[in-house]
Ligand binder design. Structure first.
Ligand code: NDP
Length: 315
């Protein structure tokens, strides 16, 4: 392993809006950042089609193209973007200590600061038809994709705050929104349920689950079943929004970086500082509340500034 060790100032793990925004700022501050992209280069946005809500793109843009722009901008200032997965971390607990991160189980990068922007992954049900039609009418993000279903009928799957919020958001755009709830109650907060109940074009179907998404290239409907009576029926919808939660990508930080019960990394106050000096967290990996590209990019910028200040204070 000896010859396979590299020492750098700033390592950024993850290549979504948070990682690249951090890279742009860190590169301009001369921290010579290295970004390891993870398996999904560009992050979650590359799984959506159009992005219409990111300021600066008046005509909207394609999620993948937008992340290519982010990458190009980071590279323009000297960021070294590499394809690879962080598979193990050995963080120093000392202020000014060196953090070791193993990439692809082989190479070790030693870094003075680390910015974790590994994001979160939307959970899906796992049905073959659902997986096949992701991007073709199946989505896990109403704020990203809802607009494309203007005046149409859609279903939302889930019963938590996200499902309730996505359904009320979609109800403003779509003709009808049906929420499929597998139990006989919703887990969402009372306030959110109240909003759902008083929205005229939302129907909640309890004890109801998705059996199959219908359609070859795009969603043409769904087959559902009542899990008490086993009765099957079809709904004529063009959009399927899966809102059954997200999983932060934080496996390798367990027991090292403070996280909440679900695994979201915890940051201090309004900063991106974690419990480990010199290790910062930005983007969805530390945010279960907003989860937008713009908010992720904002915290990426903060993490680079926090890194710069941390290194500056050591001198
Ligand atoms: P949750 O984990 O709270 O809810 C997930 C929901 O998905 C549950 O109702 C669960 O059903 C359902 N579900 C899970 N798996 C399946 C499945 N296979 N089939 C059908 N349904 C399934 O996730 P959320 O994303 O809703 O919320 C995460 C956190 O973020 C929560 O703490 C929430 O309060 C918070 N949040 C807050 C918001 C706000 O305050 N504005 C907005 C959005 C989220 P079941 O109940 O049967 O287990």
């Amino acid at each position: 392993m000896e010859g396979n060790i590299e020492r750098i100032k700033c390592l950024i793990i993850g290549s979504g809006p948070a990682g690249y925004a951090a890279a742009i700022y860190a590169a301009r501050a001369d921290l010579k950042p290295v970004v390891y992209t993870g398996m999904q280069m560009g992050g979650q946005l590359t799984t959506t089609t159009e992005v219409d809500n990111y300021p600066g793109y008046p005509n909207g843009t394609d999620g993948t193209a937008m992340m290519e722009d982010f990458k190009n901008q980071a590279e323009r200032f000297g960021t070294d973007v590499r394809f690879g997965m962080a598979t193990k971390v050995d963080f120093s607990e000392e202020v000014g200590g060196i953090h070791k991160v193993t990439i692809d189980e082989s190479k070790v990068v030693e870094a003075e600061t680390v910015i974790i922007s590994t994001g979160a992954t939307a959970k899906y049900l796992g049905l073959e038809s659902e997986q096949r039609l992701i991007g073709g009418g199946v989505s896990a993000c109403a704020t990203c994709d809802g607009f494309f279903y203007k005046g149409q009928d859609v279903v939302v799957i889930g019963a938590g705050d996200t499902a309730a919020e996505e359904a009320t958001y979609l109800a403003n755009i779509c003709r009808k929104v049906t929420i499929l709830v597998r139990k006989d109650y919703m887990r969402a907060s009372k306030a959110m349920q109240h909003r759902v109940n008083k929205t005229e074009n939302i129907e909640v179907m309890f004890n109801t689950e998705l059996d199959e998404v219908l359609g070859d290239q795009t969603v043409e409907g769904v087959r559902i079943f009542n899990n008490i009576t086993d009765e099957r029926s079809e709904l004529d919808v063009t959009g399927v929004f899966v809102a059954i939660g997200h999983k932060p990508n934080t496996e390798i930080f367990k027991g090292i970086i403070d996280m909440d019960e679900v695994g979201y990394l915890q940051t201090k106050g309004k900063s991106t500082k974690t419990n480990v000096p010199g290790v910062f967290a930005a983007g969805d990996v530390q945010d279960k509340e907003y989860r937008q590209a713009i908010t992720a990019a904002g915290t990426g910028c903060m993490a680079a500034l926090d890194s710069e200040r941390y290194l500056g204070a050591l001198q």
